[in-house]
Ligand binder design. Structure first.
Ligand SMILES: Nc1ncnc2c1ncn2[C@@H]1O[C@H](COP(=O)(O)OP(=O)(O)OP(=O)(O)O)[C@@H](O)[C@H]1O
Ligand SMILES: [Mg+2]
Length: 178
């Protein structure tokens, strides 16, 4: 119940706060989050492949919540596979927005229900199979949209899932045209 209330509170909050943009090196967030997820990973072995993450423009605390939820999902939904592998990287930059992906080789999901994933309390796995409240991705989507980006999900049952989203890349200092 506490988790549920915490989740709802952070969902409500992202609708209210003004986004204060700063330059955020995503690789720093990933390193911090991996540390936070250590208790969930426990004795499991996960192969992490982190490469080419950009510096983006956004509010650090919100981007952290978004990335945390995506990585926590990747850790959770690979729990039953032997050689868990989680990849986080960038598919390049277009029109000032970098595409960032979080990919795993876990339980995956049926693309038929892909549009449901981002709804509040929408879950594609049973509580018995994988615990959760169904709020994480709704939060992630709201944060990405508030940053002017887009997000989409791709999955295949038994093969894995990929979430890719766009965020504005941080401008080089001095290169800004006001
Ligand atoms: N990496 C993933 N692999 C497979 N299915 C996923 C993955 N991430 C999310 N899903 C599916 O999307 C649903 C919604 O995800 P979401 O993060 O919102 O909820 P949750 O993880 O079930 O609970 P919560 O994040 O609130 O603890 C999940 O219940 C699961 O069915
Ligand atoms: Mg989740």
């Amino acid at each position: 119940m506490n988790t549920l209330i915490d989740d709802l509170l952070s969902l409500a909050r992202t609708g209210m706060v003004e986004v204060k943009f700063e330059r955020v090196p995503l690789v720093e967030l990933v390193d911090e989050i991996k540390g936070e997820l250590a208790p969930q990973i426990d004795t499991r072995k996960i192969e992490w492949v982190v490469s080419g993450l950009p510096v983006v423009e956004g509010e650090r605390s919100l981007l952290r919540i978004a990335l945390f939820n995506l990585l926590a999902n990747a850790v959770k939904y690979t729990r039953k596979v032997e050689n868990a592998r989680i990849e986080i990287g960038s598919g390049g930059t277009r029109d000032g927005f970098a595409e960032i992906y979080v990919r795993d080789n876990g339980a995956g999901f049926d693309m038929m229900y892909a549009d449901k994933l981002f709804g509040v309390f929408q879950r594609l796995h049973s509580e018995r199979e994988f615990e959760g409240t169904g709020v994480g991705l709704a939060l992630v989507q709201r944060i990405v949209l508030r940053h002017g980006g887009t997000i989409r999900a791709h999955g295949e049952p038994g093969k894995g899932a990929e979430f890719s989203f766009t965020l504005r890349v941080g401008e080089e200092s001095g290169a800004r045209v006001d």
